[in-house]
Design a protein around this ligand. Structure first.
Ligand code: SF4
Ligand code: SF4
Length: 362
């Protein structure tokens, strides 16, 4: 397992140019140098030189980051900021009471069993199996549901409704969490544990790992050379049509972890009676960002409110996205704006929305 000192060269690559400030959503609100990569690297350089202690104060700033990766995409030195911040969190958290308590909550015995409980509960309540008949000619898709879908399994049923129209076989496996919450809280041991478990589940032939959660998608891709695809992106590549009787206006919020966005317009072209309206800053964060919302509730709310305003200004009937956590972030924004007399768009995962089409044909 890597330690902070293993990233000394990467951290030194930061030229302090400050370009990350122009894209960091947290810096834009706080104006605080320590909230963005540049400031965090200055502090971590101090830690590596022995001038500063990796203490609670520095941890506070490590937590003041949504791991959205926007600064990484913009950084001329191409520094993998998230990996460095997660390693620093790991180094700090492993010896503190709070770190040990978080580890306990995220352990297999607590978090793992909670997800297991929901899996068993939904198995009893939903006798419909997602898996379809085995057929060698079909495109084989291993479905990675993700934790939120295990607890509120709406998209899983929507997925089944859509994919039965395609020449695909959907395979279900006993996956654990993708590990993103563990990574961002510095619980790297638990991350390695779930990664190992999930990789062991890939014991059959498949064409793609399919997911409807952008966060799961990006974390699975970080495991190594896996062919992971978002369900909406897969649909955009298929010969499929979604016919809606009633004309609807929709807008789309791009989750930070959704790498590819080019498929969105292509997918809406397959929808009859759907008008797509691009919102201002459609790729700006929703503010939720896992534990960020718990550790920085006020900041999270400010970011969510801005997102909610941009959505409302489109006057769309629906705001669609591809990540269950973003749905919560957008809901948080609508609530915080408190616009009682304004007609708010419905919020939906894009897969759930497409499944509502009056007719789905090839
Ligand atoms: S953009 Fe990259 S190199 Fe420039 S200050 Fe930010 S982290 Fe450092
Ligand atoms: S990952 Fe996102 S929130 Fe964190 S420093 Fe970079 S731009 Fe800011």
């Amino acid at each position: 397992m890597k330690e902070l000192k293993d990233f000394a060269d990467e951290i030194n690559k930061c030229s302090k140019c400050g370009l990350c400030q122009s894209v960091c959503p947290v810096y834009k609100i706080t104006g605080n140098d320590c909230a963005v990569s540049k400031g965090k690297f200055i502090m971590l350089e101090g830690v590596l030189k022995g001038d500063l202690k990796l203490n609670k104060n520095i941890e506070k700033y490590l937590d003041m980051c949504m791991r959205c990766g926007k600064c990484k995409d913009f950084c001329p030195s191409n520094i993998d900021v998230c990996e460095i911040f997660n390693t620093a969190k790991h180094q700090y958290a492993k010896d503190t009471f709070q770190g040990k308590f978080e580890k306990f909550l995220q352990s297999k015995a607590v978090f793992g069993n909670l997800i297991k409980f929901f899996k068993i509960f939904h198995c009893f309540n939903n006798k419909k199996k997602l898996s379809q008949n085995h057929n060698d000619k079909k495109t084989k898709l291993i479905y990675f549901k993700g934790c939120v879908n295990e607890i509120f399994p709406t998209s899983a049923n929507a997925l089944k409704k859509i994919f039965k129209n395609l020449d695909t076989e959907i395979i279900e496996k006993d996956f654990d969490c993708c590990g993103l919450p563990f990574l961002s809280s510095g619980n790297l041991e638990r991350f390695e544990e779930v990664k190992k478990h999930n990789l062991e589940q890939l014991d059959c032939e498949y064409d793609y790992i399919l997911t409807d959660c952008a966060s799961c998608e990006s974390t699975l891709k970080s495991y190594g050379e896996l062919k992971v695809i978002n369900a909406a992106e897969f649909l955009a590549m298929q010969n499929i049509k979604f016919k809606f009787k009633k004309p609807l206006k929709v807008t789309f919020h791009k989750p930070c972890h959704l790498e590819n966005i080019n498929f969105i317009k292509k997918l809406f072209e397959k929808c009859e009676n759907i008008e797509y309206i691009e919102m201002k800053d459609f790729d700006a964060c929703c503010g939720f960002a896992g534990t960020f919302v718990v550790k920085n509730p006020k900041l999270s709310l400010e970011i969510s409110k801005q997102k909610a305003l941009n959505i409302i200004n489109t006057k769309a009937d629906y705001v669609l996205t591809a990540c269950p956590a973003c749905i919560l972030g957008i809901k948080e924004g609508f609530l915080a704006l408190g616009k009682k007399n304004t007609k708010l768009p419905k919020i939906s995962n894009i897969i759930d929305f497409l499944a509502q089409a009056d007719n789905i044909t090839q």
